[in-house]
Ligand binder design. Structure first.
Ligand code: ME8
Length: 649
């Protein structure tokens, strides 16, 4: 029997000098999703997050509030702790660098490295800013002054302890060369190697307690405290019971750290060399992601554009945020957060594609089979749909395991599109009209139920609440074996005919773009001086507003005249979900010449009733005069090579 793989995933431990924001939320959601994905893959998983509580910055933040550092760190650490349940973060340990066991492990490592001869005492001269309580380097200065305190730093000579980092430079280069996946994506591995092409300095790892006493005392010299990075990185060992203990043995070999590019150097250079000096094997992998900007601008307190996780959950819902952040950011690259981008994803991918697939399938099983999942006809297989499902699972497993979450989700949504097309192609509503087609109808509905079960299984790591709701609607016990791992549940055909489905609410309500746009407009008006713009200016729209209009390619799959109307045609289109659109083109087109056309629709228009038929969108047309001088319409169309559902950018 093969042994279960182990995975130990960590986030950075966040400084408590700021409140949790979008960037912290992203890293923590990624780690949580990966942890849940690894469980789905069958691994034995441990997941750790926490807070970094020592050092100058924290003392400064506490002083600003006129409270003791201890009181201050307790308050902010609790803010982080209280935030994670809002995002459904399911960690095993929340570690704080002020925890007793952590202090003991830091002392243990310091002593080991000291005993091994890799820590020495030396004099250091540098430019010291008393306001900052740290040494500054030349290029941090503006006109020779500290930019924060506007004073010239003093040249001081201080005695400190140093770690012989330089001694491990070659060993680290070898490790990076021999283990191409040690730091990923590759661009960050290259960055580290390029940094290592210059000689590495030793690392100053202490601060005199006379000027900073909020830290861990060196075990071999009580007059000094530990430099905050040497302290913080060790949290990854403390959390699994280092140095002894079963947990360390069990998890360390599977350690995968997740960080953003800002803290690459401490993780890819300080940390592995520290481990080498302490005689501890290196962690397995370092995954590095990019930065979130807000509306293309850097997020910062002074710009007032810091986004808080609680606000995100309130505005968009937890699963919409989780899905959006994983789908929108190509792991490793920077991405831009905007309200219109998250609303577009909610309305198109979640409400339209997934939400409609779910509600239509469940309501047809309700209507035609009294909410009981029918049995498929044993001789009637739909290989195409089953192959699509197998392809989805394969691609999902590979990409999620490689931290390419956007590609994993893309594969899932290709299957959502295939399942939506399956409905259109099979027309269960037509099959239901013909008694002889009952076995076929049952097969189609079973296959839809089974597609939804597989989707719920794969979406568990990304959107745990939505997956639970889908299982509830499908009448599946979320604790059942087929919903636990890909191994147990990834095969086609495990749904049990006869299962009673349950009524659940819509998976994703649409977010009203118009209302949001109106809110933004009134917000913008408030901030403009006096509202004196001319009418002409008012008729121009900003790119933000244009981005709210969703144009998609649709394939017309059926067309018929609307009774008692000379102008209207009722069209069934796939974009990629099926919808009905009533369009005033009867004077220019005959129904039969429209089937198969790829046209352009406005996909996020509020549905409206025309001659009693609900029209869900609008076709783009242009007016012209034909050779007889009659007014005619022509449809905006694209080549049939473009897939239905493709968005126009
Ligand atoms: O550096 N986009 O803590 P920190 C994406 N205590 N991620 C972001 C982000 C953004 N705009 N801003 C922050 C520290 N992050 C140290 C870590 S670990 C041993 C010690 C996330 O509070 C991202 O994960 O400054 C980044 O690496 C981390 O927050 C930095 O958090």
């Amino acid at each position: 029997m093969s042994e279960r793989a182990t995975t130990y995933i960590t986030t950075p431990i966040y400084y408590v000098n700021a409140q949790p924001h979008l960037g912290h939320a992203y890293s923590t959601v990624v780690a949580d999703t990966y942890s849940r994905f690894c469980k789905l893959r069958g691994d034995d998983v441990r997941f750790q997050t926490g807070t970094d509580e020592h050092g100058d910055k924290i003392v400064e933040a506490a002083a600003k509030e006129n409270i003791e550092p201890r009181q201050y760190v307790d308050r902010i650490a609790n803010l982080f702790k209280d935030t994670w349940p809002l995002l459904d973060i399911d960690y095993d340990r929340f570690i704080r660098t002020t925890d007793d066991d952590h202090v003991a492990v830091v002392k243990h490592i310091l002593q080991t490295v000291h005993d091994g001869g890799d820590i020495y005492f030396d004099e250091y001269s540098g430019l010291y800013c008393t306001g900052c309580e740290r040494f500054l380097i030349e290029r941090e200065l503006v006109e020779g002054k500290c930019p924060d305190h506007l004073v010239e730093p003093k040249e001081i000579t201080e005695q400190n302890y140093f770690f012989k980092m330089s001694r491990y430079q070659e060993q680290l280069i070898d490790h990076l060369k021999n283990n191409p996946e040690f730091v990923t994506p590759e661009r960050y591995r290259n960055e580290v190697l390029s940094f290592l092409s210059d000689p590495l300095d030793d690392l100053c790892i202490s601060r005199p307690a006379s000027r900073l006493n909020w830290g861990i005392r060196l075990p071999f010299d009580e007059n000094f405290v530990t430099y905050v990075w040497f302290d913080a990185l060790i949290n990854y060992l403390t959390g699994i019971g280092f140095p002894g203990g079963e947990m360390f043995e069990r998890y360390w070999a599977g350690a995968e750290h997740l960080i953003a590019k800002d803290i690459l150097k401490p993780h890819a250079i300080y940390w592995p060399t520290m481990l080498m000096a302490a005689g501890v094997p290196l962690y397995k992998k370092l995954h590095v992601h990019g930065y979130w900007n807000v509306d293309e601008t850097k997020m910062s307190k002074s710009l007032g554009n810091v986004i808080q996780p609680a606000q995100l959950v309130q505005d968009y819902g937890v699963d919409t945020f989780r899905y959006f952040s994983l789908r929108e950011m190509s792991f490793g690259l920077d991405a831009s957060f905007s309200s219109s981008a998250i609303i577009a994803r909610n309305n198109a991918d979640l409400a339209n594609d997934l939400g409609n697939l779910f509600s239509r399938s469940v309501s047809m099983i309700d209507k035609y089979c009294a909410s009981i999942l029918p049995g498929p006809d044993a001789t009637d297989r739909d290989d195409q749909l089953q192959n699509n499902a197998a392809e989805m699972i394969g691609a999902y497993r590979t990409h999620m395991g490689d931290f390419k979450f956007h590609l994993g989700l893309q594969a899932v949504w290709e299957f959502v599109g295939a399942a939506n097309r399956y409905i259109v192609q099979n027309e269960p509503w037509s099959l239901a009209k013909d008694d002889s087609m009952r076995p076929r109808l049952q097969t189609v509905l079973y296959n839809l139920g089974e597609s939804l079960r597989l989707l719920a299984l794969l979406l568990k790591p990304v959107m745990p609440r939505t997956a639970a709701k889908m299982m509830d609607g499908l009448g599946i016990d979320s604790a059942s074996a087929m919903m636990q791992t890909l191994e147990q549940g990834g095969d086609w055909g495990l749904s049990i005919p006869g299962t009673k489905l349950r009524k659940v609410d819509n998976l994703f309500p649409r977010i009203d773009v118009k209302k949001q746009a109106a809110d933004h407009k009134s917000q913008a008006r408030k901030t403009k001086n006096g509202g004196t713009e001319t009418k002409k200016k008012d008729s121009l729209i900003g790119f933000d507003k244009f981005k709210d209009i969703e144009l998609r390619v649709a394939e017309i799959v059926a067309a018929e005249p609307v009774p008692k109307s000379t102008k209207l045609l009722k069209l069934k289109v796939v974009a990629p979900e099926e919808r009905t659109i009533v369009s005033g083109i009867a004077g220019s087109y005959r129904p039969e010449e429209l089937v198969g056309e790829r046209v352009i629709i406005v996909a996020n228009l509020k549905p409206a009733k025309l001659m009693g038929i609900l029209s869900e969108g609008m076709l783009l047309t242009a007016e012209f005069k034909d050779s007889d001088g009659n007014d005619r319409l022509t449809l905006a169309s694209v080549s049939t090579a473009v897939k239905p559902g493709t968005k126009l950018a």
